[in-house]
Design a protein around this ligand. Structure first.
Ligand SMILES: C[S@@+](CC[C@H](N)C(=O)[O-])C[C@H]1O[C@@H](n2cnc3c(N)ncnc32)[C@H](O)[C@@H]1O
Length: 279
């Protein structure tokens, strides 16, 4: 048990709580592979730093699933599910355990101290299908509050998926070292399980709030989608080998246009396109 928590009014607004078992399975697998060192590090303030699942919804299934997947890497990983809706917090309590906690809170994360007096800290926050229901103007404020709690070098993975997690898009944002409360965009990640084939335009429906209204000429995200669609047309003959091969060839084609993409087979073959946005 942890204790010594300050009671602050949770920042944010209750929204629809729809979730589903295994909806974020692919996001969990991405987290395992993207920066495993962040999930396992134990130096200094990282010793007992939380993995936070912000806005877990009606039932805490995605938090519990993440806990079990991420503990494949770090069996001692403390996990904190946060909800702004008190009923959802109450409903989750039976699933709490020695390293798994559910608390009422908002973007100003409800952290306190461990029983021995050490401050609680955070290594990674996942916020999925949360900000999509806010106004675009609220996003920067939400990030500012979150990065007040994320340790330097830690991550925010903030994104949107379709109801079953077949398609998803996430911002990967790094907390800056040496300058607390500030962040750098590191990547925009596009995931698919190929269930509906491959179509770059399909991701536009699951863009995070920061981009959903920005697919208009003059915006980098618009140029990115135009280049992706163009590359997919150029590589259309590969379709005969299946959507996966077409997706991989299209990414390789995009990279020839100067886009900084992670072309490693371990990502592309799994339907994950990582566009490195920090350069
Ligand atoms: C659509 S559900 C998403 C559930 C789960 N993350 C998923 O992707 O399946 C969004 C949840 O976020 C919660 N929420 C919205 N704003 C929040 C905030 N500022 N802090 C904590 N939870 C929040 C809502 O109450 C809602 O239960």
């Amino acid at each position: 048990m942890s204790s010594g928590r300050r009671q602050r009014k949770p920042e944010g607004q209750p929204t629809r709580g729809k979730t589903a078992r295994n909806r974020l399975r692919r996001v969990d697998r991405f987290l395992q592979g993207y920066d495993p060192g962040l999930l396992t590090r134990r130096d200094g303030a990282f010793a007992r730093a939380f993995y936070v699942d912000l806005g877990y919804g009606e039932e805490p299934v995605t938090t519990l699933e993440s806990a079990s997947r991420l503990r494949e890497l770090n069996p001692e990983l403390p996990v904190l599910g946060i909800e702004i809706d008190p009923e959802r917090v109450a409903r989750a309590q039976p699933y709490a355990g020695p390293l798994t906690f559910f608390r009422l809170g908002g973007f100003n994360l409800p952290l306190g101290t461990w029983p021995d007096g050490t401050p609680e800290t955070v290594r990674l926050v996942r916020a999925f299908n949360v900000l999509r229901q806010y106004d675009e103007e609220a996003v920067a404020q939400a990030y500012s509050l979150l990065f007040e709690s994320i340790l330097p070098g830690g991550l925010l993975v903030e994104g949107t998926s379709d109801p079953f997690g077949s398609l998803w898009v996430a911002n990967v944002v790094r907390s800056r070292t040496g300058s607390s409360g500030t962040w750098t965009d590191e990547a925009l990640v596009f995931g698919t399980n190929f269930r509906t084939g491959f179509d770059p335009a399909a991701y536009q429906a699951v863009l995070p709030k920061r981009y959903i209204h920005r697919v208009v000429p003059g915006e980098p995200i618009h140029a990115f989608f135009e280049a992706w669609k163009q590359a997919a047309r150029e590589k259309a003959p590969i379709k005969v080998w299946g959507a996966r091969q077409w997706f991989v060839a299209t990414a390789q084609q995009m990279a020839t246009r100067g886009y900084q993409l992670d072309l490693r087979a371990r990502w592309l073959r799994k339907g994950v396109l990582i566009w490195k946005t920090s350069h």
